[in-house]
Design a protein around this ligand. Structure first.
Ligand code: PLP
Length: 288
């Protein structure tokens, strides 16, 4: 015997409802799994950062041990987080890292003001290490926890930073370094070795809201250390010696910011007090 369904249209409508509910559930489960996957990936990446950081710190300490003298203080490690997500900044902070560097104004502003970073990394110290244009100065200065600008390369820029910092009415001076174009490459930022002295003098004499910390160089990319001491590092040391003699200040009062992933151990060997390491901690960057 064959019974026709009471109402075929009703039955199939019911089935359709059911499958819609099913689809919805599958979607929910999928979303949930994507969430877990994303979390796992960021935890994994976070673990890589912790490992990279430990590795760099170990190498840094080794390089310090090999010095023939005992430095005033251990070279500062600035973790350069450019192009990397905030989760990795937080992971490195949780592993004890405090100094971070960014070289794009917009990216520094975003990370520096990020509510999660502000809450979870209250003691973070941002270094600006990129080329700074006068019209971007106030944006950089408004970043909470800005610690240092390493790339002041003209008297004019120093004046602008000094005036803007003064307007903010802080009760401490902003730390700055003077960037020197040691490789004399065209189009590279940093002032010439000759003008470095003038900029430093200007900062010391005419910029009461700034604290002069030292000299910084990026130098030529891809120098082969097996050829001997990096000429850029030699030049930066010479500039420091000149400035020290001309301005009658001891060399120890002037830091040297030099050395990146490829050569920070070599830079420490040559007297660097501030190394800026990115890819060795956070992994290779995609080209911007
Ligand atoms: C990106 C950058 C670094 C870090 O470079 P890595 O080779 O990734 O360590 C250091 N200093 C400056 C000025 C940079 O722009």
């Amino acid at each position: 015997m064959h019974f026709a369904p009471l109402s075929p249209t009703l039955a199939s409508k019911h089935d359709a409802d059911k499958s819609e509910i099913l689809e919805f559930e599958v979607l929910l489960i999928l979303l949930f799994m994507i969430g877990i996957l994303k979390r796992c990936l960021s935890i994994m990446a976070g673990e890589d950062v912790i490992r990279g950081l430990a590795d760099v710190r170990g190498k840094l300490e080794n390089a310090v041990q090999k010095l023939s003298y005992k430095p005033h203080s251990e070279p500062r490690l600035v973790a350069v987080s450019k192009t990397k997500p905030k989760e990795l900044v937080i992971a490195a902070y949780d592993a004890g890292q405090r100094h971070f560097g960014e070289n794009y104004v917009q990216e520094l502003a975003e990370k520096g003001s990020d509510p999660e970073i502000l809450e979870r990394c209250p003691d973070i110290k941002w270094h600006f290490i990129g080329h700074l244009q006068s019209n971007k100065v106030s944006k950089v200065l408004s970043v909470p926890n800005l610690h240092m600008i390493e790339t002041v390369d003209s008297e004019k820029l120093a004046t602008t930073v000094n005036q803007n910092w003064g307007k903010l009415g802080k009760d401490y001076n902003l730390k700055i370094m003077v960037q020197v174009n040691t490789s004399k490459e065209e189009g590279k930022s940093g002032c010439s070795t000759d003008c470095a002295k003038k900029v430093v003098e200007h900062v010391l004499n005419n910029c009461p809201n700034l604290e002069f910390v030292g000299l910084m160089t990026i130098g030529m990319y891809g120098y082969d250390v097996s050829l001997g001491p990096n000429p850029d590092f030699i030049t930066l040391k010479e500039v420091r010696k000149d400035v020290s003699e001309a301005l009658n200040r001891s060399e120890e009062t002037m830091e040297l910011s030099m050395g990146m992933s490829d050569d920070f151990e070599h830079a420490i060997e040559m007297g660097s007090t501030n190394v800026r390491v990115g890819s060795l901690i956070f992994g290779a960057r995609e080209k911007k």
